[in-house]
Design a protein around this ligand. Structure first.
Ligand code: SAH
Ligand code: SF4
Length: 437
């Protein structure tokens, strides 16, 4: 009989991709995936450590799993991902019943490690940093039409608040031929959309022998038959080139959406964050992008309550948000993460101040989004149908090239297909449409 594995993923798309690889490896090793932790023989938490709160959530999940381990002594529990990489001792202290810890550099060794734990009962901690991750690993992808494809790992930017360079290591680009092969395989399997992943995709190619930059990589992927849409995330504003903006305009498969995290609107704060641009440069960049690609939708990430952020600094953030009118924003209270530079800054703000600023920012962004979405009513969009709507089973849900979610009536046979949809209604959350043409 098959053994059952339960994988819980926290955090970003890169973690989701790593989980798809772990699921692929386990399936090859005769495991069946389950969505019920209580029936699993193996539980894996693929963890995120971008904010302290996420780490706390993971520890409380480990507390729940302890009860399952007490009921089933053969249950194997592994902690992978960013908390595992950065705080292996702390994980073992919090949850001494964990059987193995596999860091972000070593997740592909999962089947080997599980077998060793099962055979010898020993506890394994593997957080050694490695230069590369092997290619051609099996994957069990969650989505049948849209796939993640990492093009690089790690980050060299060391923004002062950020844990990523510590949990994911230095920036390493995958070879273009490996990326192109993966996308070609996806096309053969019927995938229509790829999302290229990296912490800073605009610096793709650094350190490669036959250097190909990100704009050239996009151009090559654009030639792959069968793939209809190309997305990518994340773009660092300091590294966006004119060449990239022009290619985005010219390459037919590259979608009109750019996630461009700004983080803050005050130059003082941006400098202390070590972002490498000013508010003015960011606004100029937005202007240039919108002039070149008028239909573009822009989304962002913003942190409020960074150490030393005054009310005046925060007003600069609100001002930037009003000026740009983003189509979406992930907004966060600054989280003080031990080991990062900003955690040592002395002018930390009280939690209530951060929360109150976050509330004001969210309110403003909601109003902007409502207004922007309303302006789309009456327009037609190409939509990739992703599946049944989450709210109602007789409706479909899909995304425009600008990454807006649209809900509409239609036959389930359309899932995975591209359809034309006219927008008939809108809210701050989603657009409602009707299939046309
Ligand atoms: N590479 C991406 C971001 C990766 S982390 C970039 O450079 O934009 C995703 C987001 O988490 C960041 O954009 C930031 O907004 C948020 N974040 C990272 N560290 C944080 C911290 N210490 N506190 C609050 N938010 C944080
Ligand atoms: Fe973190 Fe900055 Fe690198 Fe993004 S660019 S991952 S925010 S260090």
């Amino acid at each position: 009989m098959f053994k059952k594995a339960y994988i819980k993923t926290y955090g970003c798309q890169m973690n989701e991709y790593d989980s798809e690889v772990m699921a692929g490896l386990l399936t090859k090793d005769h495991y069946q995936l389950t969505s019920k932790p209580e029936e699993a023989d193996l539980i894996i938490l693929n963890t995120c450590y971008v904010r302290e709160k996420v780490k706390q959530k993971i520890y409380s999940k480990l507390g729940e799993i302890k009860k399952l381990k007490e009921k089933n002594p053969h249950l194997i529990l592994g902690v992978c991902g960013c908390v595992a990489q950065r705080r292996p001792e702390e994980v073992l202290q919090q949850a001494p019943y964990v059987d193995f810890i596999l860091g972000t550099f070593n997740f592909y060794r999962l089947p080997l490690v599980v077998r060793r734990v099962r055979e010898s009962g020993e506890r394994i901690v593997d957080v050694e940093e490695r230069e590369t991750i092997p290619e051609k690993l099996p994957k069990l992808r969650k989505n049948r039409f849209s796939a993640y494809v990492p093009i690089m790992r790690g980050c060299d930017n060391f923004c002062t608040y950020c844990n990523v360079p510590y949990v994911r290591g230095r920036e390493r680009s995958r070879l273009p031929e490996d990326i192109l092969r993966e996308v070609e395989e996806l096309s053969c399997q019927g995938y229509k959309e790829v999302t290229l992943l990296g912490q800073n995709v605009n610096s793709y190619g650094k350190g490669l022998e036959n250097r190909l930059d990100f704009a050239d990589l996009l151009t090559r992927i654009n030639c792959i038959e069968g793939i209809e849409r190309i997305r990518f995330t994340t773009s660092h504003p300091k590294d966006i080139t004119d060449k990239l903006i022009q290619r985005m305009r010219d390459l037919d498969k590259v979608c009109e959406h750019l996630h461009l995290p700004v983080q803050a609107g005050s130059n003082k704060v941006l400098k202390r964050m070590r972002r490498g641009y000013t508010k003015e440069r960011y606004l100029e960049l937005v202007d240039k992008i919108r002039k070149t690609i008028p239909q573009i939708s822009l989304t962002t990430d913003i942190i409020v309550g960074f150490p030393g952020e005054s009310e005046q600094d925060f007003q600069e953030t609100l001002d930037l948000v009003r000026k740009v009118e983003f189509d979406g924003a992930f907004t966060f209270c600054y989280s003080r993460i031990k080991g990062t530079e900003a955690a040592e800054f002395e002018d930390q703000l009280p939690e209530e101040v951060k929360k109150e600023r976050l509330r004001r920012l969210i309110q403003l962004q909601r109003e902007i989004l409502e207004k922007r979405n309303k302006s789309l009513v009456g327009q037609k969009f190409e939509v990739l149908v992703e599946g049944l709507s989450k709210k109602s089973s007789d409706e479909l849900q899909g995304r425009t090239r600008t990454n807006k979610v649209v809900v509409f009536k239609g036959s389930p046979d359309l899932v995975g297909k591209l359809v034309q949809v006219k927008i008939v209604d809108s809210s701050q959350w989603a657009l409602r449409g009707e299939i046309c043409g």
